[in-house]
Design a protein around this ligand. Structure first.
Ligand code: ZN
Length: 205
């Protein structure tokens, strides 16, 4: 691409680093930003700046939050003894939208994936094990996507929590293998949480 403006080229370079955005798409987006009122683009830039500078992770469940303790962990209406283990905030949002789960979450921040260089130490597993050892958890519900990475992560955590007196279950899927949790419809997902099965049973399949 031959740019008549270095400023335009810089902006296109930045935007094209986003996932799924090639240079042509980046150029189209940047030209759109240029055409609309400057004020709107300033607002976009400051929303992004504020987000990266100020966002936090809940100190308890590790979900993305604006404050130290997220709304769910701070609520008096949630059962802290039932912990749903998920990969990231998208899963929390999907499960919350079902309104079927009254426990709390533990956000791992990813899945164990040797291919991508993600090991247990890169996730918040130690913090989960710590909670279990302190005796504050009665049940852990695994709600990771049923991919090989998801299964590996579930099994790793299962081995870490074995013998700590924690009941372990996994959401019953009406969802085909490899489907991401965030794409499951609310009714199916809600039902799969209510009809969760003992984790040991899922190992026999
Ligand atoms: Zn929290």
């Amino acid at each position: 691409m031959n740019f008549s403006s270095k400023l335009l080229e810089n902006a296109v370079n930045e935007v094209s680093q986003l996932p799924g955005i090639g240079r042509r798409t980046a150029l189209r987006l940047v030209l759109h930003l240029l055409r609309r009122p400057n004020e709107q683009t300033h607002q976009l830039a400051s929303a992004l700046n504020e987000m990266v500078d100020s966002i936090k992770n809940c100190k308890k469940c590790h979900n993305i939050s604006d404050v130290e303790l997220c709304e769910i962990c701070a609520s008096n209406n949630r059962n802290e003894e039932i912990v749903c283990v998920v990969e990231d905030i998208r899963d929390v949002m999907a499960i919350e939208s079902t309104a079927q789960f009254k426990g709390v979450y533990h956000v791992l921040g990813g899945k164990i994936s040797p291919m991508e260089g993600v090991g247990p130490q890169n996730l918040t597993i130690e913090s989960l094990v710590g909670k279990a050892k302190s005796g504050s958890i009665k049940e852990v519900i695994f709600a990771l996507s049923s991919t090989m990475e998801g299964d590996t992560t579930n099994f790793y955590i299962y081995r870490q929590l074995e013998g700590l007196g924690v009941t372990m279950s996994t959401i019953a899927r009406g969802i085909s293998v490899g489907d991401e949790l965030e794409y499951a419809d609310e009714v199916t997902l809600g039902r799969s949480i209510i009809n969760r099965i003992p984790f040991e049973n899922s190992l026999q399949n």
